[in-house]
Design a protein around this ligand. Structure first.
Ligand code: ZN
Length: 156
C-alpha cells in the first residue's frame, strides 16, 4: 500500500468563478494561473506523491509553458497518465478544505460524485470535509482558502 499527501492554497478573487473538485460552485473564485481548483490541485499532488512522481508544479509550472486558465481536470488527467493510473487501485481518498468562505457541507456530495466520475471509482471511497479557521489568519479572514488531500493506493 502507498500513500500520498497534497496541499494547495490560493487567494480568493471576486473576479474569478469558483471551481472546486472540477465543478462550478457559487462563491468567490481564486487568483491563479490555472482555474485555481484547490481540491484537484491537492488531490493531483497526493496522487503524484503516492508514486514518488514529483509535484504538479513540475509538470505544470505557473508560467507561459502552461496554458493560462488551464482546466484542473485536464491537469488531473495528465497526472493519471504519469502515475500509470490504470495499473493502480484507490483504497480511499480523504480531503479537507480549509476555508472561512466556502461551505463544504452543502456541496460535498456533488464534489464527491464528480471526483468519483473523474477517477472512475466508487463514491464510498471518497470523503470531502470542510474546516473553518476560527477567523484566524489569511484563511480565517477569507483572503485565501486551502486544501489538504490524502490518497492511499495499491497495485492493481
Ligand atoms: Zn493550486
Amino acid at each position: 500500500m502507498l500513500v500520498g499527501n497534497g496541499f494547495d492554497i490560493h487567494k480568493h478573487s471576486n473576479d474569478e468563478k469558483l471551481v472546486l473538485g472540477g465543478i462550478s460552485v457559487e462563491g468567490p473564485g481564486f487568483e491563479a494561473h490555472s482555474d485555481g481548483d484547490i481540491i484537484l490541485h491537492s488531490l493531483s499532488d497526493a496522487l503524484l506523491g503516492s508514486k514518488a512522481k514529483k509535484d504538479l508544479g513540475f509538470y505544470f509550472p505557473s508560467n507561459e509553458s502552461t496554458p493560462k486558465n488551464i482546466s484542473s481536470v485536464e491537469m488531473l488527467n495528465k497526472v493519471l497518465e504519469i502515475i500509470e493510473y490504470d495499473k493502480l487501485v484507490i483504497n480511499n481518498i480523504d480531503i479537507t478544505v480549509l476555508s472561512q468562505v466556502i461551505n463544504i457541507s452543502k456541496i460535498s456530495e456533488a464534489i464527491i460524485s464528480n471526483l468519483a466520475d473523474l477517477l472512475r471509482i466508487d463514491k464510498q471511497l471518497i470523503n470531502v470535509k470542510g474546516k473553518s479557521f476560527d477567523n484566524l489568519g489569511v484563511i480565517g479572514d477569507g483572503i485565501a482558502s486551502a486544501c489538504i488531500a490524502l490518497v492511499s493506493v495499491k497495485d492493481a
